[in-house]
Design a protein. Structure first.
Length: 90
């Protein structure tokens, strides 16, 4: 019973985020979460090998290799609102 509840919850979350993920201009993504640091890593290239980064005002770090976005780092990931919002550059 507990396993079924977990599966239903995960299925609901995956269904909820799928339209947002499909809007990304990338066909591949790797997602890692560091629970101890509460940081979410979304990478569009493997290996990422970023050479530059830009911190947005809301704790989101954009990672670049030359002019190509290769990843996004989300600080304080577990404290994020459940709704999706727009990030503004600092």
């Amino acid at each position: 019973m507990a396993r079924e509840v977990v599966q239903i919850n995960i299925l609901g979350e995956v269904s909820r985020i799928t339209p947002h993920l499909l809007r990304f201009p990338y066909e591949r993504m790797w997602i890692d979460y560091d629970k101890d640091a509460d940081v979410l890593y979304i990478n569009f290239k493997r290996p990422q090998k970023a050479t530059d980064s830009k911190m947005l005002t809301d704790g989101i770090l954009l990672r670049y290799r030359k002019n190509e976005l290769v990843g996004v780092t989300v600080l304080d990931a577990s404290k994020r609102k459940k709704s999706f919002g727009n990030s503004k550059a600092s």
